[in-house]
Design a protein around this ligand. Structure first.
Ligand code: HAM
Length: 412
């Protein structure tokens, strides 16, 4: 038997219902926020991720799915989509002639060669929002509220873990302080951190091997290096989140694993779970990828982790409007015709196509939580009649077949 590749999964049954429901809630939130959909390729030039996500990020150094195509081009299955959206923004000049905030959302599969586990897959799905053209903290607050509202609308209680990497001056001063501090202790660092020391020392803060050691406990703290401007900006964001009644905590350990972040960074968490999502500002990325100077901010949620957070909740059950019960071929043909008319009018209807007993058909209708049952029999059909049963109130009536759409219109 051929099995699915490690770290991938099939989605069906209740999970499929839940997944579709999550997508529905997301799309609804995007609609009311007037955010446009964007779709970019599943693979991009390898260079794009090297130059954006960065050469010190695990998803580029250890986890990327790299391949060469038949013409020897170096390509990578996307590990995330922010870099792709920025590439598209520049290539299609989506920023031109527009002074307002430009917002896009995406929903699609990403690939990271991670050690598979609960909430850690090699193929997974992200929903994300990216906003360009605004350096205003109002935009950050607005974008954060979209992720927060989606999780809340799904019934997931979440908290935003918030930090700031400060402005350029902060980062230069803090980078120098870290370099000075670790200079004498390079031998005590794990191999990854030794590498980070040269490539992007800030990523040392993200280390899961060295964290907790005395050396790490005593290292200079980012918050002591924030400039007045960076502090004011961070305070402004916190007051806007208060205004929007968004639950947040300050967490100076959040630095995020990607190199492009410049300022505010955050993660959405529910209880002790892995982060459901994360994001932040990346004001230099468009410029670094040879675009104009365009400030940007955004986040992404991992839908598999959102599904895990929903697993404990009451299962969402599917519901249909009506199930048509039929036995003879004549009844089945009529059932098909009536089902088609009702579906054209927007009602969800099912019937049983094969020869099974009425008892089994009742069970099928129950499994689908059908609100109404429609009974057909040859004798009634000759008179143009059908019987409809309200499956909740348990009342029954016989109506003219031609009035069936009106019946649903009046009762549903
Ligand atoms: P990220 O934190 O790398 O950020 O990923 C965002 C979310 O994707 C995570 O919080 C998690 O829910 C999900 N995720 C990541 N890796 C996996 C995995 N192996 N299996 C399952 N889920 C996973 C980004 O990707 C940034 N592009 C977010 C962003 C958008 N920043 C600014 N704009």
């Amino acid at each position: 038997m051929i099995k699915k590749p490690k770290g991938t999964y099939d989605i069906y049954g209740q999970d499929a219902i839940m997944y579709n429901y999550i997508e529905e809630v997301i799309k609804n939130e995007m609609n009311i926020n007037n955010v446009n959909y964007i779709r970019t390729p599943l693979f991009e030039s390898r260079d794009l991720f090297h130059r954006s996500v960065g050469l010190s990020a695990d998803i580029v150094t250890k986890e990327s799915y790299d391949f060469t195509d038949r013409a020897n081009r170096n390509l990578t299955l996307r590990p995330e989509a922010t870099a792709s959206i920025v590439r598209s923004l520049i290539e299609n000049k989506l920023y031109s002639n527009n002074s307002n905030v430009i917002k896009y959302y995406y929903l699609g599969t990403m690939y990271r060669y991670e050690r598979p586990g609960a909430g850690r897959n090699r193929e997974f799905t992200q929903f994300g929002v990216e906003a360009f053209n605004s350096a205003s903290v109002i935009t950050d607050a607005n974008i954060i509220s979209m992720g927060y509202n989606i999780l809340n609308n799904l019934g997931i209680e979440c908290t935003v873990y918030l930090n700031t990497l400060g402005d350029e001056e902060t980062r230069i001063n803090y980078t120098n302080a870290l370099k000075e501090y670790f200079k004498e202790h390079l031998d005590e660092l794990c191999p990854d951190c030794k590498n980070r020391y040269d490539k992007n020392i800030l990523r040392i803060l993200d280390c899961k091997v060295d964290s907790g050691s005395e050396l790490f406990e005593n290292m200079p703290k980012l918050k002591d290096y924030l400039t007045i401007d960076a502090t004011n900006k961070f305070n402004e964001l916190k007051s806007l989140l208060n205004l929007l009644e968004i639950d947040y905590v300050y967490d100076d350990t959040i630095v995020r694993g990607l190199d492009y972040y410049t300022d505010i960074v955050y993660e959405f968490k529910s209880g002790d779970s892995l982060a459901l999502g994360g994001g932040g500002r990346y004001d230099k990325l468009v410029e670094n990828l040879e675009g104009p100077s365009v400030p940007a901010t955004g986040f992404a949620l991992g839908l598999e982790r959102v599904m895990l957070a929903l697993k404990d909740k009451e299962l969402l059950s599917k519901e249909i409007d009506a199930f048509i019960l039929s036995i003879s071929k004549e009844e089945k043909y009529n059932a098909l015709k009536i089902m088609n008319i009702l579906k054209l009018n927007g009602y969800s209807v099912e019937m049983c196509d094969t020869d099974v007993s009425l008892k089994s058909q009742f069970k099928m209708a129950d499994k689908l939580n059908s609100k109404y049952l429609i009974f057909l029999n040859d004798e009634d059909l000759n008179k143009g009649l059908v019987t409809i049963k309200d499956n909740v109130l348990k009342t029954e009536e016989k109506i003219d077949e031609s009035e069936i759409t009106d019946y649903f219109y009046d009762n549903l």
